[in-house]
Design a binder for this molecule. Structure first.
Ligand code: GEK
Length: 244
């Protein structure tokens, strides 16, 4: 668990709320923000470690796409020290990667770890036994998502594993409203005010575009994955595992 300043980015009235970006202000509060905003975040990370211990093969690559401060990398890394595997952690926020590098330095490891400042849509995936994309696909333009999943599929070795964690949209709208309400209740219980919840929602609305579980599963199967299923869900947050 990485500690940080507490997230009060939306605590005061902003007026016209700008679109959310992963800048230095977000980096400074990110661990606190994500753990108080995403129900099940720690459980998902811990189980990325568990899945890594099962799926990461010797002499293969492991990818963390949209690595932010490296929480998923750290979770996987701690479970694969015994094999000659490498981790490639990719993000296109320079501020995130800079802080990520300093966090990883504090936890030395035998696992070779490369940080790459690049758009994940432009990143080569090669000789992969595991790819993790925790809460990142939701920020990729809709029209690029299928090609990204196809590229990941092509770069995974047979038997390799893809973990995708996402905020989901539900149908009908009444169900979507219920699960969003339950999520907002979770945020209130984490100490966020009504103002913080509503300003964050406005800021993320055009940036984080959720899809239905059905859409995710159909796309994974269409790309060729042998199996794909949610393994964790809390309200409108879900983590899926897909095996090539
Ligand atoms: C965790 N996985 O802690 N290319 C590369 N990176 C991108 C792109 C892109 N096209 N778009 C967004 N990002 C992490 C949490 S956060 C999730 C992931 C959240 C990056 C962006 O810079 C940010 O660091 C990350 O994806 C999403 O397990 O904040 O809700």
């Amino acid at each position: 668990m990485i500690h940080s300043k507490s997230d009060n980015l939306f605590a005061h009235p902003i007026g016209r709320v700008p679109n959310f970006i992963f800048d230095q202000a977000v980096v400074d509060v990110f661990p606190d923000m994500i753990s108080r905003s995403v129900p099940g975040y720690e459980t998902i990370l811990a189980h990325c470690g568990e899945l890594a211990s099962r799926y990461v093969r010797p002499n293969s690559n492991c990818y963390d796409l949209g690595c932010s401060l490296g929480a998923s990398t750290l979770a996987m890394r701690s479970r694969i020290e015994d094999r000659n595997a490498s981790i490639i952690a990719v993000d296109n926020s320079e501020a995130m990667l800079k802080k990520c590098a300093s966090i990883l330095e504090l936890a030395p490891s035998k696992v070779s770890t490369k940080l790459v400042d690049r758009d994940i849509c432009e990143t080569t995936i090669d000789n992969a036994s595991m790819v993790v994309m925790n809460f990142t696909l939701q920020f990729i333009p809709m029209e690029r998502r299928a090609a990204l999943i196809e590229k990941i599929y092509a770069g995974l070795n047979p038997g390799g594993c893809l973990v995708i964690s996402e905020k989901l949209r539900f149908e009908p709208d009444s169900l979507d409203r219920l699960l969003s309400d339950l999520h907002h209740q979770f945020k209130r219980a984490q100490g966020y005010s009504e103002l913080e919840i509503s300003q964050k929602r406005d800021s993320i609305e055009n940036v984080l575009i959720p899809e239905t579980l059905d859409k995710h599963i159909k796309r994974l199967r269409a790309c060729g994955f042998q199996s794909a299923s949610p393994w964790f869900q809390c309200f409108n947050f879900c983590s899926l595992v897909a095996i090539k």
